[in-house]
Design a protein around this ligand. Structure first.
Ligand code: RM4
Ligand code: MN
Ligand code: MN
Length: 430
């Protein structure tokens, strides 16, 4: 039996922090009460919040230059599930993982589903991969996949996506996320509109096979690996595609997939208005698709995104049902610590957005009182909601301080002996 952190260790560590947590939570409760907010309702919402962990995120990532793997890395999907389960055990915020194929391919999906259930982990959206050539694959994706000039390549990419749906059905997933790298590196290399039409044609074939209770998430990205044009480069192309395909197609926002300084929260607002917001791949960035830890660079932007989400939920925006996922590459940290911290950062932004007095904000906006409106919004962001997050975890059976418990447990060291390195492991993104 492989090592799992004993619940008794969580209880022991929690006991050490109980007095401080009680004091901090009570003090914050009084502070919020004076401002007209009820801490209990915020804590209940945070406790019910869930964000999925990407299976590819629990391995150490890398750059174009190098990957520096750590000890005890997952060697395959079964190890990855264990790490995902550990993240959830301590944070109680990540009940599902989002698998990627063919990276997570196995022979027996019933066995995989059973193992996940035994570990208390579910499956969120399945991700297809036509941005790499898989071992033994017949035709190459070097010049594209769903939007490739040659029909045989497009057919192969469509077939792969259909296979992902089939696997997802066996795992209890309800969505397929499609991100393609198709694009061009040189002006003139491809016809900008023709490739979009080819993409739509291929996606229509996938869409036609989508089970009734499934959705397809279209993920846009400005650039990389294509450096001149990308077929689904922005939310406009994504929305055009979703609207052409039908009501089960939605637009997924990966926070790192935009030009620097783009107003991402406004994109989120527009997609909500169109009833087409699929959800998120959370991460953070300074320059491009940096895949840094959520909330580590620009927590204000994350808060502003959650402000749109909380506003949409409060007014009952039609079709509003976003899926929350992390999508990061951990190059210099222990991926489990990063993913725990990132899940907690999404909860932090959510709790801060819940503090915003929406009625007061609306009347300040109506009265053109700029400073008041900005101050009301900012009041949410500057609030230290850490005691709310800890309380939500504690009530759900998690750790008051997940990273501290993880460190005392020696989980990684133990895994290093349980998981002798294997050649060609599928951990992380390089
Ligand atoms: C892409 C994109 C996709 C992810 C791959 C690994 O940049 O974010 O969501 O599946 O990276
Ligand atoms: Mn992504
Ligand atoms: Mn990305």
């Amino acid at each position: 039996m492989s090592y799992r952190i004993p619940d008794a260790l969580i209880a022991k560590e929690n006991a050490r922090l109980t007095t401080a947590q009680d004091e901090d939570y009570a003090a914050l409760g009084r502070r919020l009460e004076r401002a007209g907010a009820d801490i209990e309702s915020i804590t209940a919402k945070v406790a019910a919040f869930a964000v999925a962990v990407p299976t590819w995120g629990v391995g150490t990532g890398g750059t174009r230059f190098a990957r520096f793997p750590g000890l005890g890395e997952p060697r395959g999907i079964f190890d990855k599930l264990e790490d995902c389960a550990t993240i959830h055990q301590l944070t109680r915020a990540t009940p599902a993982c989002s698998p990627h194929f063919p990276w997570d391919k196995v022979d027996d999906y019933r066995e995989l589903a059973e193992r996940a259930a035994a570990l208390g982990v579910g499956f969120d959206a399945v991700n297809s991969n036509t941005f790499q050539d898989a071992v033994g694959q017949k035709l190459s994706y070097k010049f594209g996949s769903l939007a490739h000039e040659q029909k045989a390549v497009r057919d192969q990419a469509v077939a792969h996506n259909l296979e992902c749906i089939e696997i997802g059905r066996k795992l209890g997933s309800k969505a397929l996320t499609v991100w393609i790298a198709d694009g061009s590196n040189f002006p003139g290399q491809s016809n900008l509109n023709r490739v979009f039409d080819l993409y739509l044609e291929s996606m229509a074939e996938i869409y036609a096979q989508l089970p009734n209770d499934w959705r397809v998430f279209i993920e846009h990205k400005l650039y990389e690996p294509a450096f001149y044009s990308t077929v689904i480069s922005d939310w406009g192309s994504s929305l055009m595609a979703a609207q052409a395909l039908g009501p089960k197609a939605h637009c997924l926002v990966d926070l790192g997939h935009h030009a620097p300084s783009v107003n991402v929260e406004q994109i989120v607002a527009r997609l909500i208005r169109a009833g087409r917001l699929a959800g998120f791949h959370f991460n953070d960035s300074k320059y491009g698709d940096d895949d840094l830890d959520t909330g580590s660079i620009d927590p204000f932007r994350l808060f502003l995104v959650f402000n749109e989400l909380v506003g949409a939920s409060a007014r009952g925006a039609p079709g509003f049902d976003p899926a929350y996922m992390l999508d990061q590459s951990h190059n210099v940290t222990d991926p489990i610590e990063s993913l725990m911290a990132s899940a907690m950062e999404t909860q932090r932004a959510y709790a801060q957005a819940l503090i915003v007095d929406r009625d007061a904000l609306a009347s300040a906006q109506a009265g053109n009182d700029v400073m008041l409106a900005h101050g009301i919004l900012k009041a949410g962001f500057v609030a230290d909601v850490t005691p709310i997050l800890a309380e939500a975890r504690r009530r759900n059976g998690g750790a008051i301080d997940p990273i501290a418990v993880y460190r005392v447990s020696n989980y990684r060291k133990i895994k290093a002996t349980e998981r002798p390195a294997v050649a060609g492991s599928s951990s992380g993104i390089v």
